[in-house]
Design a protein around this ligand. Structure first.
Ligand code: SAH
Length: 298
């Protein structure tokens, strides 16, 4: 009952879907949204609705909490109380942090974590959670990479990112798409017009939905090897993998001949392929065979 009441108050009193109100707030505090922290505030209720509704009903019984990266003025945050879970909020900007406190986002069910999200993800170690984030674009790769590597209990999530970056994850056979595919599935949900934000970002945006695989595809050491392999194979653009294995600065700890030998045992590879021509399943096999047969030098 109490939660429902609080929910109604937060929903009805949220005033920042309005550019004028955002400007008024900012002009009193610091003047402008900060580019350096990727501040593009959502001002479109329908998009927020799509984001909030993306948490599947059946997942609610599996998770212990919810996380939001970069709550900002609370466009998504003010709707999160409806899930009746603990909500962890990660915000870096002191002015926005004060404002969140003024609106009680530091009181249960909210836990406000002040500072760089990349330094604070360990707070979620004992939680099984769903993650929301209209992410600051300048560190979106780092955030996704850190989430999947450091938070095995992240069950699913929805993220707003640059459209081009989402295409690289969902449509292309890129280094990042192969890497992220080890952990779960990544689905393009919707392109989002720049007019849904204030200020409007120059680049177009899209929403992506992540769902963790039930079973692990690779072990931790195999994942480490895969990261080195991806860096190396994608290192010299438009070069063959054989050439990249020979020249990549990331393989200094390995015997390069051993690596070539191992790779040529997989799926009829010849060494003349380019990194983007190799299927992700072949990459998983390459990581496994290198991890089990190639000796790493210290
Ligand atoms: N969720 C809000 C704001 C999105 S803008 C909305 O949709 O309207 C991105 C937010 O991420 C801003 O609030 C910004 O201050 C915050 N942010 C930027 N870098 C961050 C970091 N390293 N750690 C935590 N929050 C960060």
């Amino acid at each position: 009952m109490e939660v429902l009441f609080l929910y109604r108050i937060m929903k009805e009193s949220f005033s920042y879907f309005n550019k004028g109100n955002i400007n008024h707030f900012l002009s009193e505090k610091k003047g402008a949204p900060l580019k350096k922290w990727g501040q593009n505030f959502l001002i479109d209720k329908n998009i927020v609705e799509i984001i909030v509704q993306s948490l599947p009903e059946n997942l609610l019984s599996e998770i212990t909490s919810i996380a939001e990266i970069g709550p900002g003025l609370g466009a998504i945050t003010h709707r999160l109380i409806e899930f009746n879970k603990t909500v962890y909020l990660f915000e870096i900007d002191p002015i926005l942090i004060d404002n969140l406190k003024d609106h009680d986002y530091n009181i249960a069910p909210f836990i406000l974590i002040e500072g760089d999200v990349l330094k604070n993800l360990n707070i979620l170690d004992n939680e099984s959670f769903f993650c929301f984030g209209n992410l600051p674009y300048y560190i979106s790769t780092d955030i996704l990479t850190s989430l999947v590597l450091q938070c095995p209990n992240l069950k699913a999530g929805i993220f707003m990112l640059q459209k081009e970056f989402i295409n690289r994850i969902t449509r292309e056979n890129s280094s990042i798409s192969i890497f992220l595919s080890i952990f779960g599935t990544w689905k393009h949900i919707k392109n989002v017009s720049s007019s849904c934000f204030y200020p409007s970002p120059k680049a177009e945006s899209s929403l992506i939905f992540y769902e963790k695989h039930i079973d692990r595809i690779l072990s931790d050491p195999e994942i480490e090897v895969l990261q080195i392999i991806l860096r190396s194979f994608f290192w010299g653009k438009r070069k063959t993998i054989q050439k990249n294995i020979k020249d990549s600065p990331f393989l200094n700890k390995f015997n390069r001949n051993e690596i070539i030998e191992a790779v040529l045992q997989i799926d009829n590879l010849t060494g003349q392929e380019r990194a983007e021509d190799i299927k992700k399943e072949s990459y998983y096999k390459i990581a496994k065979i290198i991890n089990s047969t190639c000796v790493k030098m210290n």
